[in-house]
Design a protein around this ligand. Sequence first.
Ligand SMILES: Nc1ncnc2c1ncn2[C@@H]1O[C@H](COP(=O)(O)OP(=O)(O)OP(=O)(O)O)[C@@H](O)[C@H]1O
Ligand SMILES: CC(=O)N[C@H]1[C@@H]2OC[C@@H](O2)[C@@H](O)[C@@H]1O[C@H](C)C(=O)O
Length: 387
Amino acid sequence: MVRVIGLISGTSVDGIDAAFVEIEGSSTNLQVKLIAAQTYPYPPKLRSQILRLCGGESISMAELAQLDDAIAVEFAQAALAIQEGLEPATLIGSHGQTVYHRPPKQHQVKLGYSLQLGRGAVIAQLTNMTTISNFRVADLAVGGQGAPLVSRVDVYLLSHPTYSRCVQNIGGIGNVTYLPRNGLNSSQAIIGWDTGPGNSLLDLAVQFFSNGTKTYDQDGVWASQGTACLSLVEQWLKQDFFQQSPPKSTGRELFGQAYLEQCLIDAQSYNLSPADVLATLTELTTASIEHSYRQFLSEMPDQVLLCGGGSHNLDLKQSLQRRLNPIPVITTSEVGLDADFKEAIAFAVLAYWRLQGEVGNLPEVTGAEAAVLLGEIHTTKGAAVIG
Ligand SMILES: Nc1ncnc2c1ncn2[C@@H]1O[C@H](COP(=O)(O)OP(=O)(O)OP(=O)(O)O)[C@@H](O)[C@H]1O
Ligand SMILES: CC(=O)N[C@H]1[C@@H]2OC[C@@H](O2)[C@@H](O)[C@@H]1O[C@H](C)C(=O)O
C-alpha cells in the first residue's frame, strides 16, 4: 500500500484540491481509499494574477518565473497541510495550474501545447517528497490532446459490469468518459472528450452582473429565477467546437471572457435579464453535454455520474436531468467516489502508475498515437524513488 497525495487546481482557479489516498494493486485490481481531502484557496492576489495570465495578458519572463514559484509554494503547503496529524505520504502527484492550453488539430498544428505552472522540482524540495508533475506533455508529444487524462482512472474506478456510464465532470470546463458495460472487457470502445464550458461562462457572468461581489451562483439559485432563451442556445451550439468530433479538448482560451462578451452581445437582441442570461448559459452547458452524447456515442449510457463543482448546482443538474430523461443523473459520490476530489484522486493514481511503470493516457480518448508513461519524476535529497 502506498500513501499518495494528489494535487490540482483546475480551470476555475478557485484553489488547490488536495486528496490524501492509500493506493493498492495496479490497474485491474486498483484500490483507492480516500483518507483526507481539502481545498486550499489561493491568496486573492495570486488568483487574480493567474486569471489575468489565463485571460491572455502579457507578462515578462521574470513575472512568469515568480508566478511559477509562487504556485509551487502554494501546492507544497497544501501537501504539507493535508497530511497534518496523519502518517505521512511518500509520493505526490501534482497537476499544477493550467495557464495555457492549445490542443493539436483545431489550431492547424500537429503537436498541441499545454502549460501547467507550479514546478514539481520545487514541490519535491519543499515537501521532501518524491513528486510527479507535468503529466500532459508526454501525451501531447505523441500527438494527443493532453486531456482528458482522468479517463483511464475512471475506467478502473467506475466501470460497472451491467451499466454503461458517462462520467461527466463539470468544472470550469466539462469533460466526459464513456464507460461501456463491463469497462475494458467490453467490445465497445471507451471514449471521452471535453464537452465545452462547465461553469466558466456562468462564473464570469455572475461576476459581471454582481459587479464582482459574487464569484459563482450558489446552487444555481439566481439562474433558476430566469428563463433560458433556447434560440440563443441553438445558435451558440453551431459553433465549431461543439460540432467537432472527438478527440477534442478545450480551455479558458476559448470559453473565457471574450466568449462571454460575445454571448452578452448576442443576448442584447432578446432583451434578457441577468437571470435569463444565467439560465441561458446554464442551458448551453447542459445542451452541449446532451448534444455531444447524442452525436458521438453509439448508444446513450444507462447512467450519468456527475463530478466537479457543477454537480452542486441544482439548477444545472435539473436541466441536465430534464434533457437526459429517463437516464438517471447522479453523482460519483453516490457510487463511492468523492465528486469534489475525483480529479485530485486521479492525479494521485496517475503518479502511482508512473512509478509502477504503467501508462496513464488512453489513446482512444486523447487521440495520442500510443499509450505512454505520464509525468516527470522529481526526487529529493532525502526521498527515495519508491515502487
Ligand atoms: N454549491 C454550488 N452551487 C453552484 N455552483 C457551484 C457550487 N459549488 C461549486 N460550484 C461551481 O463549481 C466551480 C468549481 O468547480 P471545480 O472545482 O470542479 O472546477 P475546476 O476543477 O477548477 O475546473 P476543471 O475541472 O475544468 O479543471 C465553481 O467555480 C462554481 O461555479
Ligand atoms: C489543460 C487542462 O488543464 N484541461 C483540464 C480542464 O478541466 C477539465 C477539462 O479541461 C479537462 O479535460 C482537463 O482536466 C482534467 C483533469 C483531465 O485532464 O482529465
